[in-house]
Design a protein around this ligand. Sequence first.
Ligand code: ADP
Length: 395
Amino acid sequence: MLAHRDAPLQILIVDASPEDRMVYRRHLQYPRVGTYDVWEAETGAEGLAVCRRQPPDCVLLDYHLPDLDGLAFLTALAGVAGGAAIPVIVLSGQGNETLAVDVMKAGAADYMPKPTVSATALERAIANAVEQARLRAALEEQRRMLAQTNADLRRQHEEIRSFYHVLSHEMKTPLTVIWESVAIVLDGRAGPLTAQQRKHLHRAKDGCAQLALGLNDLLDAARLETGKLRLAPRAVAIDGVVARAVAAMVPTAQAKGVILQESIAPDLPDVWIDELRIAQVLGNLLSNAVKFSPAGGTVKVRAGHDPLRPRWVCVSVRDTGRGIEPAQRDAIFDRLYQVRTDDAGIEGGLGLGLYICRELVRLHGGEIWVESTAGQGSTFTFTLPTERAPDSPHP
Ligand code: ADP
């Protein structure tokens, strides 16, 4: 609709008065011949028909038409294809503030009392209205493109997510078969083994275990993201959960020369948790703490009362490892976020561990955070409820 800047602007005058139309035409044609192509319509219906046939760059609209008033014209124009984008300058016999507000609210680009109309005023008003319409159209186009890009990205994200989900599912079955077969051979059920064969099979078994952890993380992350992970909470003594998580970490910590400690406050009430899921959180935090601690370092798990909220319990895992820079303390809980490291001794994970921890703790209604001094260690703390949340199902 909008003409190229060098082409004449197409202006439609909708006014029942031939004298007024003549005045506007003179104003428009006198100062700059060739700047405007002027079309005329005597009634609202005629004006709308022109807009439908070939949308002008701007409409000069008399408010009082024989068939429609200005507001009715603006409403009808908004219903014409592309009509809402045509700037309309409303002109009326007498200046009237209420009318001005009403027509601007109804979408007019400008309002001019007829006595104030001069060649210069009209030229300026048209230039403004056309420029505004151009900017609005450019903005609308950008918004449309952004919405399209967003929709494409969302679709691609969904495709990738579902691909990972299917892939992890599909890989679990063959992995289990490999794992079980390796276990059978290792047990000697397929015949005697040399020490060399045993060593290789142990490495294969460790690889399977690591792969299984990664696949489970991928599946959990997908379930958490889609809200499909359900908790099975019940009243549990937290000391047992901590003791079991620490015991499971002993072999890894010993192999690395890291000391494991635990401290449970006396008289802690039961927590209302899905035990397996909180064991998973503790396992993740402990595994990171040991992973990022040097030989001779200490990892300590504590459970105690939340000093700020009486009905909550705090569990923390403190290590004496490399610590986390302040800029990364929030980001490490994001999905797939990993801190780049040159330390070849530290095995990389998938960057899902802390994301899963945060989501699992949040599902319990709690919070998780980290305090750290770079180079001196980190303390990850999370809170757990001691009472059944009001909407939790009864066991
Ligand atoms: P990953 O499974 O790859 O380790 P996580 O989500 O568990 O992913 O951790 C994200 C990042 O947070 C890690 O890459 C690591 O840099 C940092 N991080 C986690 N725990 C610790 C810790 N105890 N000490 C230092 N850095 C840690």
